[in-house]
Design a protein around this ligand. Structure first.
Ligand SMILES: CC(C)(COP(=O)(O)OP(=O)(O)OC[C@H]1O[C@@H](n2cnc3c(N)ncnc32)[C@H](O)[C@@H]1OP(=O)(O)O)[C@@H](O)C(=O)NCCC(=O)NCCS
Length: 156
């Protein structure tokens, strides 16, 4: 169950927009669905985000910590940490209108911090081999390639 309260309110400045990064709540569902309906490319990261009906995927993710970057009424980036007691899988999605502004990095830093808060020993992610932005982003925060080169992992 996701906490209803905001645990992080980092003020982020991107161009003239004031953005905030915080833990997602159930009330964010509509704005998250709106982000994914206009997200491109769909399905490019091992089938994610879903090409249709993102609400079912978001419902599954809601069992885990989710973070959002908010600009006014709009959610423009989203990340989740799908974990068990020991390890967690990270996933980060920045709407195409806002890429290259360090939002993906800020969200992945938050997922690492969340994993540490939750006492995880390892976090990992997986993407397509040609997803250079995600692979370089992970590398820039200390993730190493796994045996499968599409995988990246970080021991905490
Ligand atoms: C991958 C993704 C999350 C990166 O988010 P972003 O906000 O655009 O990236 P940032 O601005 O935080 O960039 C951080 C680092 O990532 C790497 N990076 C980001 N975009 C890049 C690009 N177009 N080319 C090469 N490297 C890139 C760089 O190392 C960059 O650091 P630098 O700016 O100091 O060089 C974003 O491109 C995205 O949502 N892609 C589609 C969905 C996806 O593939 N998600 C991965 C799921 S696991």
């Amino acid at each position: 169950m996701i906490a209803e309260e905001t645990i992080t309110a980092a003020a982020l400045e991107t161009s003239s927009l004031a953005l905030s990064l915080r833990l997602a709540t159930h009330d964010d569902r509509g704005a998250l669905i709106a982000m994914y309906l206009s997200f491109e490319p769909k399905g490019a990261c091992l089938g994610l985000p879903p090409r249709k009906e993102p609400q079912f995927w978001l419902e599954n993710l809601s069992a885990f910590p989710n973070f959002v970057v908010v600009a006014g009424e709009r959610i423009i980036a989203h990340a989740a940490l799908c974990s068990d007691a020991e390890s967690g899988e990270v996933a980060v999605f920045v709407h195409q209108d806002f890429r290259g502004k360090k939002l993906g990095k800020r969200l992945l830093v938050e997922l690492i911090a969340e994993a540490r808060r939750n006492g995880l020993k390892k976090i990992w992610g997986m993407t397509e081999l040609d997803n250079v932005p995600m692979l370089l982003l992970a590398r820039s925060l200390g993730f190493s390639p796994g045996a499968d080169p599409r995988e990246f992992f970080l021991t905490l």
